[in-house]
Design a protein around this ligand. Structure first.
Ligand SMILES: Nc1ncnc2c1ncn2[C@@H]1O[C@H](COP(=O)(O)OP(=O)(O)OP(=O)(O)O)[C@@H](O)[C@H]1O
Ligand SMILES: [Mg+2]
Length: 255
């Protein structure tokens, strides 16, 4: 298997809090990884390091075989490496038109170097239609992103990642604020990521959702990876028991 991502001995502290402790993790280039763990386990901190928000204190990372120089790494660079991260709260700029949301920072240019707005609007309509399944008629790419439902916004953010040929799409709790129906849509998008031959890290507190789409599940507990199992090694029951056992351990330690 070839790897889209390799993390080696990553550690990160915030003051006295050791958020990540010697984390090593490999991700295959067409693997859907479910990342589970209690509040404060270090999941988002790991995601932020991968997507260039801040560097680790120590450790190394390879993306598509290339070792990352953290002194030159950033959110924009992570996207150039084919990594797209979608956050629940600010997946899109809600007041901005749909088409600007898709192409911000990565505009299509015409022969003279000007932004090709008409082409960007056409491509946005195609995306809304093909990826999210909205009817092509009656959709206006000039409408603000706030007209979309929560699930559709997640869908557009994921669709945008597919459009720009991202290799790895990271979804940090994309379904937390969504209705059941909307959640089903997002899980459908994750299946499309798999079919498109790409990789995904999917973070959720909902074990059943993670189990439904992931090829492999990693459990974090207080900054460490404590379990790493492929789908065929576990059942929803065994995974649930495992998570409960770590929650219990944490409760006992906190008494
Ligand atoms: N910028 C920061 N400054 C200080 N402490 C931080 C910062 N970011 C995270 N932490 C701390 O690091 C630890 C790990 O936090 P992180 O957000 O990675 O957890 P998480 O697994 O994503 O939790 P949740 O499931 O609640 O989102 C927590 O104790 C948190 O308080
Ligand atoms: Mg988090």
């Amino acid at each position: 298997m070839s790897f889209i991502l390799r993390l080696n001995h990553i550690s990160k502290s915030f003051g006295a809090v050791l958020a990540l402790k010697d984390v090593s993790l490999d991700l295959g280039d067409n693997e859907i990884l479910g990342l589970l763990g209690d509040n404060g386990a270090g999941k988002s901190t790991l995601v932020k390091i991968i997507s260039g928000i801040f560097p680790p204190d120590s450790g190394s990372m390879c993306v598509n075989g290339e070792t990352i120089d953290f002194r030159r790494y950033s959110g924009a660079r992570s996207r150039r490496f084919g990594i797209e991260t979608v956050h629940q709260d600010h997946a899109l700029a809600e007041k901005q038109p749909l088409w600007r949301n898709v192409f911000v920072g990565r505009h299509l240019k015409n022969g003279l170097g000007f932004i090709h707005a008409a082409e960007e609007k056409r491509e946005t309509l195609k995306l809304l239609h093909n990826v999210i399944g909205l009817p092509a008629e009656g959709l206006d790419p000039d409408l603000p992103a706030s007209v979309l439902s929560g699930g559709e916004r997640q869908g557009l953010a994921i669709g945008r990642a597919m459009y720009f040929q991202s290799h790895l799409i990271i979804l940090d709790e994309p379904t937390t604020a969504l209705s059941l129906h909307e959640t089903e849509k997002v899980l459908g998008f994750i299946k499309k990521i798999k079919e498109a031959g790409k990789a995904c890290i999917f973070i959720s507190h909902n074990i059943a959702q993670v189990f439904a789409v992931a090829d492999r599940c990693v459990v974090m507990d207080r900054g460490e990876i404590v379990a790493d199992e492929s789908k065929n090694e576990m059942t929803l029951e065994s995974l649930t028991k495992l998570l409960i056992s770590f929650n219990r351990r944490q409760e006992i330690l906190h008494v």
